[in-house]
Design a protein. Structure first.
Lengths: 372, 399
């Protein structure tokens, strides 16, 4: 079977959209921490942290351009340990996707359609994501080409509307509480950075896998820029304390401004761009999850398990959380931080370890061969 | 998959869309809603329950107008009230009297009775923030006089009282700077930050005589209600409100009338067109100094003195500038005196200024701020600048 290919540009767009969507929607740097008006500084830390994660994940992947993370772990660690490592990564796809779709559905229910059964919202989101995943990674890539510009245009327009009502005095005093809240503020988004693990599945599909690190860094740079400008403008319009108390600060800020008698209630832009971003993110998660699971269990075509996995996804999105308070405790730094870091570092410590041992062994091997 | 199966699938998907397109569980037709435009909150006298009065658009009247029907004597809005132990309960109780679902997404204005404001607005705030329907663009105002009459107020030139009041507020703000612009977004922001208090615009209910020939506006927007810790402590008149707007750099086009420099018994009217102000805080031991610097640029709009000749050489321009500056300074001083000596509430947010610019000093001041505020030294520096004289150079001389 011929491998499907996507351009590095599309890879960047996918990562950008995935990375920008969730922090944009719930702004965990603002709502899950005590950083308040200094949340922009946390966003800078996120960039540094994410860049390190990229070197960890994509850096290793780029050394094995033809292999996805499951094949790579077999190659480096052997079949059974490799499968165990891969299951951790697959779990992160499953859980991150169900978490994201649940948060989106919560927002729709709290803000717009209070009586709609939540399963209808999550199931329909996952259904469309499955359709995209069924069509394959090329379709997801082309879709991200299309959605990227729509997404960006809507974000720009909504940030532009905020700009006219913003009062940047709300950002003072700068760093008056020291660096600790700023550090804590960056923990949850960094924990959610485990979504970067999808890059490990996508690398074999790239046109130019050697430049994957570069593409991923560009995507992260763009996403962090969007997050910084959003958090600055949200704090400047809602105020630091209010911004931190609201559940969906971006939506609330846009809904709370009035540019003229005719131009108000434009929060649909935020909701719409979030929905589009979530669609790209979910399709990628679903695709990578199904592909990886098929690989682990030795199936030839991932499409056969797409439907059952979709059902698992929907069930998980409902039963993972009893209520909104549980989502809130999961997104607390002391839970999401260790959890997200475990998902990233546990597999990759072993993979890198395996890789380095092989390098040294390989070098010994070569020396021996030369001596002969 | 053959072509046949594909087309069957496509048709099924299209049929599915028909179901989805009619809407989800929350399909609400506009004609099933009562669109509330203005809400009024007060305490019910007997039980102390929360009493809500709403003004809603009357859709029947609007239809009649479009069909060209003459004024049938029907009001284009509808006022109804209900009570309940909490705000949300009271709003739910409104449905007993309404034929349609009460919907708050289009509320523009919120009226609060003076008694309720003096008692404290805290019980109102949570609902306004937590609810899905009320928006942060709502402008709250405090009513001086009877709230029920304010809700019923009918304007000659406008259909709907609520829209009329919202426009009136904007006009007063822009043309006179005699009220404040405090939508809920800013109210919540200021309440949640240290060292600043809030103001709501004041709405006066006018006494109208039942004389058909002289119908005036039933309500006037003028001045503001000053709060301290969420409780109203007193009124600001329009001069003090203007002074407040100068300090916070939110001033539009007020007019100032002062003695003509050329002939002392005549007057010059100057309208402000451009202005800016800035605040600076300084803490020296126990003494706190605030410096308010204002630049006011005006135009001569009217003069009753025929000797008002403005050339680059005469001292008239300087004299005009000085007088303008003095007039602006008087407003600011009036506002400062009222809040420092009388109301003792930091509506300007001087405490917040110190918190923002000198966070280290603020730590020691925060707990005692209420006692410190009346003692602050405020230096007001105004630079008046009369730049233009309208469309004529010199006044008309009648020979």
């Amino acid at each position: 079977m011929k491998t499907e290919k996507i351009a590095n540009r599309q890879f960047s767009f996918i990562l950008f959209i995935m990375r920008a969507t969730i922090p944009l929607a719930t702004l965990p740097i603002l709502t899950a921490s005590n950083a308040r008006q200094d949340a922009w500084a946390s966003a800078l830390l996120i960039f540094v942290g994410t860049a390190l994660t990229i070197f960890l994940i994509v850096g290793l992947g780029a050394r094995f351009p033809g292999k996805d993370v499951v094949e790579m772990s077999w190659h480096l660690l052997g079949k059974i340990p490799g499968n165990i490592i891969s299951l951790v990564i697959l779990w992160s796809f499953l859980h991150m996707a169900s978490l994201q779709v649940r948060i989106y559905a919560e927002m729709i229910i709290v803000g717009f359609l209070p009586e709609t059964p939540i399963i209808f919202l999550t199931a329909s989101m996952i259904l469309v994501a499955m359709t995209a995943a069924f069509s394959g990674v090329e379709v997801i890539g082309r879709m991200s080409d299309l959605i990227f510009f729509l997404f960006l245009a809507m974000i720009f327009f909504s940030l532009g509307t905020l700009f006219f009502e913003a009062d940047f005095m709300n950002l003072q005093p700068v760093l008056s509480r020291g660096f600790e809240p700023v550090l804590v503020g960056s923990v949850v988004p960094l924990g959610m950075g485990s979504l970067l693990l999808v890059a490990a599945m996508l690398i074999p599909h790239l046109n130019n896998p050697e430049r994957a690190v570069n593409s991923a860094l560009w995507a992260m740079g763009g996403a962090v820029l969007v997050i910084i400008s959003t958090v600055l403008l949200v704090v400047a319009t809602l105020g630091p304390e209010e911004g931190a108390r609201v559940v969906f600060p971006f939506v609330k800020a846009i809904g709370g401004i009035r540019i003229s008698e005719f131009l108000e209630r434009v929060e649909i832009l935020a909701v719409f761009s979030w929905g589009l971003g979530l669609f790209v993110g979910l399709s990628t998660f679903v695709y990578c999850g199904a592909k990886g699971a098929a690989r682990v269990f030795g199936l030839e075509d991932y499409r056969h398990i797409l439907l059952p996995m979709g059902v698992i996804w929907v069930v998980l999105s409902i039963h993972d959380f009893e209520n909104v308070f549980e989502i809130r405790s999961l997104l607390a730094p002391e839970v999401m931080g260790p959890y997200g870091f475990f998902l990233i570092f546990f597999p990759y410590l072993f993979l890198w370890g395996g890789y380095l041992i092989r390098r040294i062994e390989g070098a010994d091997h070569q020396e021996k061969e030369e001596k002969r | 998959m053959g072509l046949f199966q594909k087309s069957v699938l496509l048709i099924m998907v299209l049929l599915l869309f028909f179901f989805v397109n009619t809407g989800c569980w929350n399909r609400v037709e506009p004609e099933e809603l009562t669109l509330v435009l203005m809400m009024g909150f007060e305490r019910e006298e007997e039980k102390g329950d929360m009493k809500v009065t709403v003004q809603a658009a009357n859709p029947m009247q609007r239809v009649g107008e479009e069909e060209g029907g003459s004024n049938s004597g029907e009001k284009s809005f509808w006022v109804v009230s209900a009570a309940g132990p909490t705000l949300h309960a009271a709003l739910k109780n409104l449905n007993k009297k309404s034929t349609r679902e009460i919907n708050l997404t289009h509320v523009q204005t919120l009226l609060i009775s003076e008694e309720m404001a003096r008692e404290g607005i805290e019980p109102l705030l949570d609902f306004l923030q937590r609810g899905r329907e009320p928006r942060f663009i709502i402008q709250p105002m405090v009513v001086e006089g009877d709230l029920a009459r304010a809700m019923e107020g009918e304007y000659e030139a406008e259909d709907i009282g609520a829209r009329a009041l919202a426009r009136q507020h904007q006009v007063v703000l822009k043309e006179l700077a005699a009220t404040v612009d405090y939508p809920l977004r800013i109210v919540f922001n200021r309440l949640s930050q240290p060292g600043c208090e809030i103001l709501f615009p004041r709405v006066k209910v006018m006494e109208i005589e039942e004389d058909e020939m002289s119908r005036e506006s039933p309500l006037e927007v003028e001045g503001a209600a000053a709060f301290h810790k969420g409780q109203m402590v007193g009124w600001l008149n329009d001069q003090e409100t203007r002074g407040y707007n100068w300090v916070i750099n939110d001033i539009n086009r007020p007019v100032y009338i002062f003695e003509s420099p050329a002939s002392p018994d005549k007057e010059v009217t100057v309208e402000i067109f451009q202005s800016s102000s800035s605040l600076e805080a300084r803490v020296q031991g126990e003494e706190i100094f605030i410096k308010v610097s204002v630049i006011a640029e005006g135009r001569i709009q009217e003069t009753t003195s025929p000797e008002e000749r403005l050339t680059g050489e005469t001292g008239t321009a300087d004299a005009l500038n000085r007088r303008l500056a003095q007039a602006v300074r008087n407003d600011i001083q009036a506002a400062l005196e009222k809040t420092q000596q009388d109301l003792k509430t930091d509506i300007f947010g001087f405490g917040n200024l110190i918190y923002r610019t000198l966070p280290r000093e603020w730590g020691g001041l925060e707990d005692r701020w209420e006692d410190i505020y009346p003692e602050i030294q405020v230096e007001v520096e105004v630079k008046g600048d009369v730049r233009r004289s309208g469309l004529v150079k010199d006044p008309l001389e009648i020979r």
